[in-house]
Design a protein around this ligand. Structure first.
Ligand code: DGY
Length: 383
C-alpha cells in the first residue's frame, strides 16, 4: 500500500475495507468493525485519481467505500477484483461515476445511499429557489459592501412565488419532495415531467387540493407534462431532479433555455452536466431577469467562464446533502452495504432505510443497485 495518509481502525480485522475519503460520524466504522473489517480511511481532502485508487486498493482489498468524484470504471474494478474485492459502495445516491457493467461483470456488488438525502437535498433546492427569486445573494453583497443607504421602494425587487407554476423534471424521491415543499408551502401548481410518472405524488396533491377547498381556498393543480419542453415553456420555476445519463447530458441547452419565460428561475441540484453551462452563462447574460440557482456544475469544481460574475446566478458548492444527519446516514448506509455483502447477507429491497440507522440494523444490505444482475438474494426477515 502507498500514497495517501490513512487512518486505520481495527488493524487486526480479517477483511480489509478501503474508504477513499474521511466520513462523518462513528456508526459507519462500527458496522465495518462488527463485520471483522480492518478499515483504511484516507484523510486527504483532494479527490482521488485512478492511480491513487489503484495504489490504495493494493494486493488485498475486500471492499471499498468511494466518492462521486472518483473514476470507478473497468480499471478500478479490475484492481479491486484482483485484490479479492466483492463489494463497492458509492457514498452518494447518484452513481454516474460508476461503470455498473464493469463492476457486475467482475462479480462486484455496487451500493448507493438513497433514502437519507431526500428532504435535505429538496430543502437546498428550495433554498436556491428563494435565494434566486428574492435576490438574497445580490442583496447580501450590497449590504456587506457598505452600499446600503436606507430603505427604498425599488431596492432589489424580486419575484413573488405564490400561486404560480413550479416545474419539476424528474419526479423521483427528491423531485417529488421538492414539488411538495413548493406546492404546500407556496400554493403553487405543479407541472412535472417524468417518463415513469408519479401516481403517489399526483394522488397526494389531489388530496391536498381537496383539503384547501374544504378550507375555502382554491385547490392547487398538478399535471404530468408530455415533454420537458412543455414544462420549460410554462413554468415560472423549473427544478431539475433527473439522473445524469447519455440522454440527459445537456438536457437544458441554448434552445431550451430560450424557450423558458424571460423571468423564469432554473434550479439544478442534481448533476452539473444536465445543463450546458456555457449556454446558461450566455442566456443569463442576455436575460438579466432570468435567474439560476446551482448546486452542481458541469466541470466541478471548475465553473464556466463568466458564471461567478453574473448577479443572476446563485451557486453553492454541491452541498445538497450536506447536513450532519444526512451525511452520517449516508456513511452508515454505505458501510452497511459493504459489510452486508462481505458477510453474504441479502439485499433489503425496501424504500425505508431508517432501520439501518439504529443500533439493531437488519442483517441486509440497504441498497445494491446491481443486485438483480448479480442474482443476490432479497431480504425476507423482520423489518
Ligand atoms: C448524491 O448523493 O448523489 C449527491 O449528489 C451527493 O450529495
Amino acid at each position: 500500500m502507498s500514497g495517501k495518509e490513512c487512518w486505520i481502525e481495527n488493524p487486526g480485522g480479517t477483511r480489509r475495507v478501503f474508504v477513499t475519503q474521511e466520513l462523518p460520524g462513528r456508526l459507519w466504522y462500527e458496522r465495518l468493525v462488527a463485520a471483522d473489517c480492518r478499515v483504511d480511511m484516507c484523510l486527504s481532502t483532494e479527490p482521488m485519481t485512478l492511480e491513487e485508487l489503484l495504489a490504495m486498493i493494493g494486493e488485498r482489498c475486500d471492499g471499498v467505500i468511494g466518492q462521486l468524484t472518483e473514476p470507478w470504471g473497468a480499471a478500478a474494478f479490475d484492481a479491486l477484483a484482483s485484490a479479492g474485492g466483492r463489494a463497492y459502495s458509492n457514498y452518494a445516491v447518484g452513481y454516474n461515476n460508476v461503470d455498473l457493467a464493469a463492476a457486475t461483470s467482475r462479480g462486484i456488488a455496487v451500493g448507493n445511499t438513497p433514502g437519507v438525502l431526500t428532504a435535505t437535498t429538496a430543502q437546498l433546492a428550495v433554498a436556491l429557489t428563494f435565494a434566486a427569486a428574492r435576490r438574497v445573494v445580490e442583496a447580501h453583497d450590497h449590504l456587506a459592501a457598505g452600499r446600503y443607504r436606507g430603505w427604498l421602494p425599488t431596492l432589489f425587487l424580486g419575484e413573488l412565488l405564490w400561486r404560480k407554476t413550479v416545474g419539476v423534471i424528474g419526479a423521483g424521491r427528491i423531485g417529488a419532495a421538492y414539488a411538495r415543499m413548493m406546492v404546500e408551502g407556496h400554493k403553487m401548481d405543479l407541472l412535472y415531467f417524468d417518463p415513469h410518472g408519479n401516481e403517489d405524488l399526483e394522488r397526494y396533491l389531489a388530496d391536498y387540493g381537496a383539503f384547501l377547498e374544504r378550507h375555502g381556498q382554491r385547490a392547487v393543480r398538478c399535471r404530468r407534462a408530455d415533454s420537458v419542453d412543455e414544462v420549460l415553456r410554462e413554468a415560472d420555476v423549473v427544478s431539475l431532479h433527473t439522473v445524469l445519463s447519455g440522454e440527459t447530458m445537456h438536457l437544458i441547452d441554448a434552445r431550451r433555455l430560450a424557450s423558458m419565460k424571460p423571468t423564469a428561475i432554473l434550479i439544478n441540484a442534481s448533476r452539473g452536466p444536465i445543463v450546458d453551462e456555457a449556454a446558461l452563462v450566455a442566456h443569463c447574460r442576455a436575460h438579466p431577469g432570468f435567474y439560476a440557482g446551482l448546486d452542481v456544475f458541469e466541470h466541478e469544481p471548475e465553473l464556466a467562464p463568466g458564471l461567478a460574475e453574473l448577479p443572476n446566478i446563485v451557486g453553492v458548492p454541491h452541498i445538497g446533502s450536506a447536513t450532519s444527519w444526512t451525511r452520517e446516514g449516508m456513511a452508515t448506509l454505505a458501510a452497511s452495504n459493504v459489510a452486508a455483502c462481505l458477510q453474504g447477507w441479502p439485499v433489503w429491497g425496501k424504500d425505508d432505510v431508517t432501520p439501518f440507522l439504529g443500533s439493531a440494523p437488519p442483517q441486509a444490505a440497504p441498497s445494491i443497485v446491481n443486485a438483480a444482475e448479480l442474482g443476490l438474494p432479497m431480504y425476507d426477515g423482520p423489518s
